[in-house]
Design a protein around this ligand. Sequence first.
Ligand SMILES: Cc1ncc(COP(=O)(O)O)c(C=O)c1O
Length: 457
Amino acid sequence: MHPRSLPPGRPTQVLAAAFSRLGDALPEEGIGPDEALQRIDGLLTDYGVNLRDAFCAAHLQPPPLAVAVKADALASASNASLDTYDSGPATIAVERWVVTKLAELAGYADGDGVFTPGGTMSNLTALMLARDAAAARRGVNARLSGVHALPEPTVYCSELAHFSVQRACAALGLGENAVRPIEVDDDRRMRTDSLQRALNHAVTPVAVVATAGTTDFGSIDPLPAIADIAERHGAWLHVDAAYGFGALFSDRLSGLLDGLVRADSVTADLHKIGWQPASASVLLVRTAEAFSSLDRSVAYLNPEDDRIAGYDGLLGRTLQTTRRPDAVKVAASLLAYGRQGLGGLVDHCHALARHAAELIAGDPVFELIGEVVLTTVVFRYVATDPELVDEVNAELRRHLMRTGVALVGRTDVGKATCLKFTLLNPTTTFDDLVRLLGLVRHAGAVSEDMLRQEGLA
Ligand SMILES: Cc1ncc(COP(=O)(O)O)c(C=O)c1O
């Protein structure tokens, strides 16, 4: 593995070099599996992102657990699916086990769920179930009559909710404008007084989407108060805990998700806090009836008499047909580490984020933006020239990517360009954080110099 976070170079150079490793043409004759694998391995090593590097701290993209990687290879080798009994009995049993354990962790007494190909898809599926439930309340079948069955359908989420909520509404025919963003308080949590006011005007409130772990700040909306409001207005409550669900593994942090059990559905991504190879997203629901509008009996898969005889699978829980058994790697990880083992990893990453925040707050060259909730830290490099701060922060991140020595995240807070550490590497140490901040400081100085020179030229 190259020793840096990213391969050095500009994107065009790196991509061209990686591309060329594969050769110019589709080979007429193959080079054989050993050489092919060697070539692919070399390509990924030389030109890939190195998530095991302690200075690789940009995204909700952890280094995966070795046990999960190995189990995932076993899952691939089996090529089993989950849609029908005969597509893979073992993988169906594994998914049922994992889903039950995660539903119990969420506090559901009769919970159910399904794996999907990512948090975006879990949110989409949840909003589809919410839309169909809203239609059913009006006595219509949205599956047959579409969204026309719903007058003025609306979905509420905080202004910091993930953009997949908007995309889901577009895909579901509700339109992105169906989403009513609700302002957040100083702690970046949805304001419940604003939510209440907005719902007072709702004609068909399809869903309230609370976020448990916003992508940048990890902030967690006030779930119990939001649950009260959603219930009063007959709206489906979906909690997007794509990032935050993993806090439930930790005795120290699990209280942050109090109230989660009142949700109708929950997105939980174990390829974020959970150290799984992507993807390992689970959509949990309070009861299996939530899936009723997805139910299907298909002649070539699960005809009714086969279903009655017990040969059904999990086709009726997702929008997919053939489905990768992502639960296999999760089952292996849960068995290998147990809740406490995973909780220890969560606690370490949380401690890293808190320590990084302390270092940043104590260094005048940086400005800390907001408190740490989970494992992210948002901050800025304070350039000497206040006019250049946004540009310097953006450029220093690109500088780090070009040199490959570190990878940090970027986001906007209001109009300000900020940097972000997303700390999900359990082998990173406090000393690594000191060195990482040193790299950011150096990149900041170099970038400001460069921008000044450009300004003078
Ligand atoms: C809060 C939240 N929800 C949903 C998603 C989407 O997850 P995925 O990238 O697995 O589709 C993300 C991704 O970062 C997220 O942070």
